[in-house]
Unconditional design. Structure first.
Length: 376
């Protein structure tokens, strides 16, 4: 487990974006954060933590949360549920945090959510998508598009935008993949898609020979993949090498610049459902992107989701007029028209799920470009 990182301030802010305000030295609010900064998911986790540090820096420059300086308490969960449980207990029982933001995947976030709920600590989930996470209770909010809702959009994107009829599906055999397929299968039927075959792979898999052979036999019009960028790159290479030239549509886990650096030419034309629009001209967004580029961080998508989660929490504190946990929870529930980097967060449902658009991006000429929003 990593040590604690307490709001190290390194990057000057855009002058037009924020107003600097003095904060009393003794007034502090602690915000916990966990992300996989080492291990297989480090590309996402490192980017996520950079965004957390930047968000705290920006909030403090603007006067803090309710006039209190934000102290960021970070831990590396290595994308492991048991590690996340230990971190959640430490954040609540030893560190005494006021709020927590997850910058991690579904399994560790799901494991930690119950602990924060039991401690009545508002927990904002920035990009983990499994439906069960928010089932933990009324202190757990997902400031991102729910996995099955994303995959419903994917089914209609395949049917209505790409105009395909028969597809093959490959899913990661974990919480993330199962959550995706739970929404995708019924939506595919509604949209008139024929699923020729559904195949599973493990987190550590990089060789997909049997899946590629099965997809080749299926002879589909497109391939839908619920996995991460380090699956998507090798799978695309192997599909193209086998002569399978049909469109590949991936879930949000594909959204990392590493997909392109791994897949190279094979990544061309890949679509990503709920991908980050890198063409956003917002000054703060471009400031974040510049910082990530400076640090050679390859995953702006989780970074953007994490930054937005911190700003959402800050917005809730402002509306609550307090850092009291119950009041901030209530303010989060009553969020309306919040400017998230993935689009306007219209509101939270009664199940504390964010109502957001579903942007689509694709790889074109070696970079991600916007393809608009999925309509359903």
């Amino acid at each position: 487990m990593s040590g604690i990182a307490k709001n190290v301030l390194r990057v000057p802010l855009i002058a037009a974006a924020l107003t600097v305000a003095a904060i009393p030295a003794a007034a502090e609010v602690k915000v916990g954060f966990h992300a996989p900064t080492t291990g297989f998911a480090a590309a996402d986790g490192v980017s996520a933590q950079l965004a957390a540090e930047m968000a705290v820096e920006d909030i403090n420059k603007a006067g803090g949360m309710a006039g209190k300086k934000v102290v960021l308490v970070c831990y590396d969960d290595q994308a492991q549920p048991q590690q996340a449980i230990a971190i959640a207990n430490k954040l609540t029982n030893q560190d005494g945090v006021d709020f927590v933001v997850s910058g991690s995947y579904s399994e560790p976030t799901r494991a930690a959510a119950t602990i924060f709920q039991e401690a009545s600590t508002p927990y904002v989930v920035s990009y983990a998508t499994h439906p069960a996470i928010t089932h933990a209770g009324d202190y757990v909010f997902r400031s991102f598009k729910l996995g099955p809702v994303q995959s419903r959009s994917a089914a209609y994107f395949l049917a209505d935008h790409l105009k395909v009829k028969k597809i093959s599906v490959a899913i990661l055999d974990n919480d993330y993949g199962h959550g995706v397929i739970a929404g995708f299968t019924p939506a595919a039927q509604e949209a008139g898609l024929e699923i020729a075959g559904t195949y599973t792979f493990g987190m550590k898999d990089r060789q997909f020979g049997s899946i590629v052979a099965s997809i080749k036999r299926d002879d589909p019009d497109a391939v839908f993949v619920a996995g991460l960028f380090f699956h998507g790159g090798p799978l695309a290479i192997q599909l193209r090498a086998a002569g399978i030239k049909v469109p590949i549509v991936g879930t949000q886990g594909f959204d990392s610049d590493a997909l392109i650096s791994i897949g190279r030419q094979a990544a061309e034309g890949i679509y990503v459902i709920n991908g980050l629009n890198r063409e956003n001209e917002d000054a703060t967004f471009q400031h974040m992107m510049a910082r990530l580029h400076e640090k050679k961080a390859e995953s702006p998508a989780p970074a953007a989701a994490v930054y937005s989660a911190f700003m959402l929490l800050n917005d809730a504190v402002k509306r609550a007029g307090s850092t009291e946990k119950a009041k901030v929870r209530d303010a989060l529930q009553h969020t309306s028209e919040f400017p998230h980097f993935y689009g306007t967060l219209a509101a939270f449902t009664t199940e504390r799920e964010a109502e957001l658009p579903t942007p689509v991006i694709m790889v074109k000429d070696g970079k991600f470009v916007s393809s608009g929003n999925a309509t359903k």
